[in-house]
Design a protein. Structure first.
Length: 173
């Protein structure tokens, strides 16, 4: 793994895979589509091995190179890449499968471990030179959470209230 990936690491990928599977079940996605979501979740941040900006497209390139080895068709790989692209910020998922991965990727915003994971992302962005200090980070987080929305009924019901509480704590300083 490249140095400085404090947030976008294997534990984040494992978390997104786990949450995506949970959401797929709760949203009553069929097993075939669940397989596509879980595959996309597994590859969604693999592009960070090569770059930060545009990592979603780099992730798609990695998926296109590797998934044929596991008997995925060209059509399936294109669907998986569409799901991966749905994690690009700002999120604008177009299909239910894309909504699931978008929610899984930012599930932590509405969880008790938000501040721990947010600190890991802060360290990563600071290391990468994408932010300058904690004041800038604090403002960025408030603006991000204020503009963020969950898409699936499950995430809205399970995460929105806690996300608003986390936002309130951020605003209190």
């Amino acid at each position: 793994m490249p140095k400085g990936l404090y947030y976008h690491c294997i534990s984040h990928t494992q978390d997104v895979v786990s949450v995506a599977g949970f959401l797929a079940e709760k949203e009553k996605v069929n097993p075939y589509q669940t397989k596509l979501i879980l595959t996309a979740a597994s590859y969604h941040d693999s592009g960070f091995l090569y770059c930060h900006d545009g990592h979603e497209e780099a992730s798609c390139l990695i998926a296109k190179e590797n998934l044929p080895l596991f008997n995925y068709s060209t059509e399936e790989i294109e669907l998986i890449c569409g799901i991966i692209r749905a994690t690009r910020i700002p999120q604008s998922p177009k299909t239910p499968l894309e909504q699931i991965i978008a929610d899984a990727d930012l599930d932590y915003l509405g969880r008790d471990d938000y501040f721990t994971l947010s600190n890991q992302l802060f360290k990563e962005l600071l290391y990468s030179g994408l932010i300058n200090d904690d004041k800038e980070w604090h403002s960025l987080q408030i603006n991000f959470i204020e503009s963020h929305k969950y898409f699936t009924k499950t995430s809205i019901s399970l995460r929105e209230e806690k996300k608003q509480l986390n936002l309130k704590k951020l605003k209190l300083g």
